[in-house]
Design a protein around this ligand. Structure first.
Ligand code: GRF
Length: 204
């Protein structure tokens, strides 16, 4: 499968996907890493792995629609089978989401439907919750609200502050569940129907 990854920053999820492709745990190739920030460290990770990169600075565009249209053009040249959001910190327009309906994955650092949006780790502390984790889901027009694919969770320790939780979500959950979901997708085993129903061939 041909995979495109959208990033904005550090790119640790991207790194896990690069390694899973190299180890053939994902039957696919990352054909493009696209960032909205030129300084994103994930771009260097991609370049070190010999993966094509592109940067489109959202500030160079007059509107979200224009920015997304530019991203769609760059993506179209890379001909991805599906697109993976890995710490991509821009909200996508309906036009973009429709162009990749059923072919667009995101990872979110909470146990959705709890805590969509930003600052999820502090939100978990403030709500006094004892479980935390991350969710991979298909992207739909509802922010962080698309059909869920896989979640991983852990028990919050009393001493875990927001920073510690962020680290645990990444290390204990995200770096494991995202390569798994992308592997299913690359094998064509994971689909989202028009009514939003997720099916995982042979496993669900
Ligand atoms: C992850 O926690 C992701 O869920 C969130 O931003 C973080 C991205 O980190 N949306 P990285 O860029 O993959 O290192």
């Amino acid at each position: 499968a041909r995979i495109a990854v959208l990033i904005s920053g550090e790119g640790r999820n991207l790194q896990a996907l690069i390694e899973a492709c190299a180890a053939q745990r994902i039957d696919g190739e990352i054909v493009l890493v696209l960032s909205n920030r030129a300084q994103a460290r994930g771009l260097l990770r991609a370049q070190q792995a010999g993966i094509a990169t592109a940067t489109l600075a959202h500030r160079d565009y007059a509107s979200r629609e224009d920015f997304d249209a530019a991203m769609l053009r760059v993506l179209a040249e890379a001909r991805p089978d599906f697109v993976v959001l890995a710490g991509f910190m821009r909200i996508l327009t309906p036009a973009f989401i429709r162009a990749y309906a059923g072919r667009l994955l995101n990872i979110h650092p909470s146990l959705l439907p709890r805590h969509p949006g930003l600052n999820t780790h502090q939100a978990v502390i403030d709500a006094g919750e004892t479980e935390h984790g991350a969710t991979v889901h298909f992207v739909t027009e509802e922010l962080d609200g698309g059909p869920r694919i896989i979640q991983g969770q852990f028990k919050r320790r009393i001493e875990d502050d927001a920073e510690a939780l962020a680290e645990r979500v990444m290390q204990e959950v995200e770096l494991k569940i995202y390569p798994q979901a992308v592997a299913w997708m690359a094998r064509g085993e994971l689909t989202m129907a028009d009514d939003g129903r997720v099916s995982l061939r042979g496993k669900m």
